[in-house]
Each structure stands twice: as C-alpha cells, then as structure tokens.
Design a protein around this ligand. Structure first.
Ligand SMILES: NC(=O)c1ccc[n+]([C@@H]2O[C@H](COP(=O)([O-])OP(=O)(O)OC[C@H]3O[C@@H](n4cnc5c(N)ncnc54)[C@H](O)[C@@H]3O)[C@@H](O)[C@H]2O)c1
Length: 379
C-alpha cells in the first residue's frame, strides 16, 4: 500500500466531508492499494482559518492548487460552473480527477470534459454519483441486470427536498450561470441511478419545469463595486417532472423539487419488472425491498443489504451504513481504479456523467419547446 497526496478544492459541505472520506479509506478497507491523505486544499479566504485548524495546507490560488506538484490527484468540490475549467486544467496537468456531480452546466462543457478524459486513459476520471456506493443499490443493479424478474416495464424515480421556499436566500444553487436548479443538483443523481441499476437511459422524454420562487434575497453588486442585500431574480428550475420511454419498450416517470415540505432528502425508485419488483428509499437506506410474486409468502421483503455477501460490507453485518460510509467507499473505489483493480461496483466515469447530461439537456429542451425530445437528438 502506498501513500498518495490528494488536493481537495472547496470547503463547503462536500469539501469538508472529504476529511473523513480519505482518512477512513484504509481504516474501513485494509485491502485498499493506496492510502490517500489530503496534502493541500483550496478554500476561499474566509474559510482559511477553519481549514488550517483541520490541518489543511491552504492554497488560496485555485489554478495553482490544481497544477502544482503537491499532489497527483485533484478532487473538485466546487460550485458546478467551475467543474469544467478546473477538470480540464487538472487533466492537462496529468492529475487523476474526482469531480462532484453534475459533471458540468452544459452539454458542450460535459462533452469536452469526457473527450479530454478519454484522451488520457491512464488517469482516473470519476464523478461522485455517491448512491452507487449504497449496498442496496448495488444489489438492485444485480437483480435488474441479471434479469432476475425479466424485463423492466414501469419505473418511477424521485429526489425531493424541502429547503427551497421563499425564505431561502439567493446562492449559487439558484443561479443559472453557476449551474443551479434541481435537475442538475438532485435529478442528476436519480438519472444516474436509473442508468446504473437498469443499464438504460430514457430514449425520449416529455418534461415540464417550473420556477416557483422568482425573487430571493441576495447580495447585489452595485456599479461602484460595493455590495448590498436586496431582491435577486431567480430563473432556475425549482421543480422538474418528466415522463419517458425506455429503449426496451418500458415507460417511466421522474420528479425532483426543493419545494416538498417534510421530505428533507427523500429520494428513491420503484422498478416494476415482468415477474417482480424492487423499490428503495433513502429514508430506509440499508434495505432493498423486493416483491417476488412466485414466493409462497407473497409480499414485500425487506432485504438488509449491509451484511456479508453484499457490497461494501466493511463492519460486521447489520452495523448500519449511511452517507458518510458511502463517501468513504467512493474514495476507496477511486483508489482501486487508479491501481487498475476491478471495481466492486462500477465508478461513474466522465463518459457516464456525460450520458446523464444528455438526458438533462433533453429534459430542458422538451420543457422549452413543449414537445417530446428523443435522446438521439442530443449529442
Ligand atoms: N455527491 C453528493 O452527494 C453531493 C452533495 C452535495 C453537493 N454536491 C456537489 O458538490 C459540489 C459542492 O457542493 P457543496 O454543497 O459543498 O457547496 P458549498 O456551497 O457548500 O461549497 C462550495 C465551496 O466551493 C468554494 N467556492 C464557492 N464559490 C467559489 C468561487 N466563486 N470560486 C472558487 N471557489 C468557490 C468554497 O470553498 C465553498 O465552500 C457541487 O458540485 C454540488 O453539486 C454533491
């Protein structure tokens, strides 16, 4: 096992989460081929003291942190609009790249990132679609892809949160230019889950999107450069819904919003196959529910997925997993990929994340043009 210096960019929720993710890789997984450690971090000036308290070697120059030789691996935990320029610079500097989702804020950017990554096959290009690291979802994938219940007929996916009401101030997640909106933020996860589990993407979509809150309090920069608090116009999708057809003849529906009081971070799916069904909810994250109509005791069976024989079982069976564990497993899979080891469950590459971006673009186009959009139109 070798030590590997990592550069983390950003000190928000995800940048801070990386403190435990990297530190715990070799504690959870004794067979990790690499022991990653945070050697350097880019933060904004007001975050520097807090980052230093956590032991970070702070760099306030973003592109220097990407390019300098303090690490061989760059982890992008920045607002979405920065992913493109930073990832391209990292690949050019011959660094392994772990990028937060969504890959980019436009399909053109995403395509460029995918192509740059494909031109450097020796470098890791991995996107943090974190729910791939949930053992229940890996089991769902096995059931779907082994066609245990036959073909998928009907699908439902949802990812809803509740913090997007009129009382929430303007920040980058409500800014179109920064890559805000629910579809990229929440929807990208759920689209990737459909792809990861079933191996399919919608072949065509019919969508509607809405901006519920058109003005939020935020910081306004005046002509003289000074700032003041005031109302800022918001254009992002606060909510998105679409229906879709699948290439195998199945159909599905999809919803994501930040305006569903009481849901906090409620996501999940229901997949109905020819001869059975599976469903999962993040509210009950360790269980996959399976319905097998041929079973003598017909009914939904709650399968506990963190025990021996299931993916990422790093403690004794039944010691429940959560988001923190998934972030550790994500970093562990990156270490395995860098060393050319077979993944326990496939990482999301830039190419996979580009496929998600194609669906996102199809949904936006469908909403804009009020028509069905085929995925083949979007490349
Ligand atoms: N995979 C997941 O489960 C998951 C969950 C949450 C967020 N995310 C993604 O992680 C990324 C970061 O999200 P977050 O919640 O940590 O965001 P955040 O707003 O909490 O933090 C972003 C950080 O980026 C830096 N930053 C902000 N504005 C900047 C600017 N203009 N220039 C340079 N640096 C700047 C700062 O260090 C800031 O703390 C986003 O792409 C988001 O979609 C992923």
């Amino acid at each position: 096992m070798r030590d590997m210096p990592v550069t983390v960019l950003g000190f928000g929720m995800m940048g801070r989460a990386r403190n435990v993710s990297y530190a715990d890789v070799t504690k959870y997984y004794g067979d990790s081929p690499i022991n990653p450690y945070i050697a350097q971090g880019f933060v904004l000036p007001h975050e520097a003291d807090a980052a230093r308290k956590l032991g970070w070697d702070v760099n306030l120059d973003l592109m220097d942190a990407v390019r300098n030789d303090k690490s061989e691996y760059v982890d992008i935990c920045l607002p979405n609009a920065l992913h493109h320029s930073v990832a391209l610079a990292a690949i050019e500097a011959k660094k392994h790249v772990f990028c937060e989702k969504p890959l980019a804020i436009s399909l053109d950017e995403a395509r460029e990132m995918k192509e740059a990554a494909e031109a450097c096959p020796g470098l890791l290009n991995s996107v943090n679609f974190i729910y791939r690291r949930c053992p229940a979802n890996v089991y769902a994938r096995q059931i779907a892809q082994e066609k245990q219940f036959g073909e998928l007929l009907e699908a439902r996916s949802y990812y809803n949160q509740s913090w997007g009401g009129p009382g929430t101030g303007f920040g980058w997640r409500f800014d179109v230019k920064a890559g805000g909106g629910t579809l990229g933020d929440l929807g990208s996860h759920a689209i990737d889950m459909l792809h990861f589990i079933t191996g399919m993407l919608p072949s065509e979509v019919s969508a509607t999107q809405v901006t519920h809150v058109k003005e939020r309090m935020g910081t306004i920069t005046k002509d003289d450069g000074s700032t003041e608090r005031g109302p800022v116009r918001s254009y992002v999708d606060d909510g998105t819904r679409f229906v879709y057809n699948l290439p195998n003849g199945g159909i599905g529906s999809f919803e994501c919003t930040r305006n569903a009081w009481g849901t906090n971070n409620t996501q999940g799916y229901e997949f109905y196959f020819e001869n059975g069904a599976i469903r999962w909810s993040y509210d009950d994250v360790n269980y996959l529910e399976v319905y097998d109509p041929s079973a003598r005791q017909r009914g939904w069976t709650r399968v506990l997925c963190n025990q021996g024989g299931f993916a990422y079982c790093h403690f004794a069976g039944g010691h429940m997993d959560g988001y923190r564990d998934f972030t550790v497993s994500a970093c562990y899979e990156n270490m395995r990929a860098i060393e050319g080891m077979k993944p326990i469950a496939p990482i999301a590459t830039f190419a996979d994340a580009y496929e998600v971006e194609r669906v996102i673009e199809a949904v936006r186009r469908s909403n804009r043009e009020r028509r069905w959009v085929k995925l083949d139109e979007v490349k």
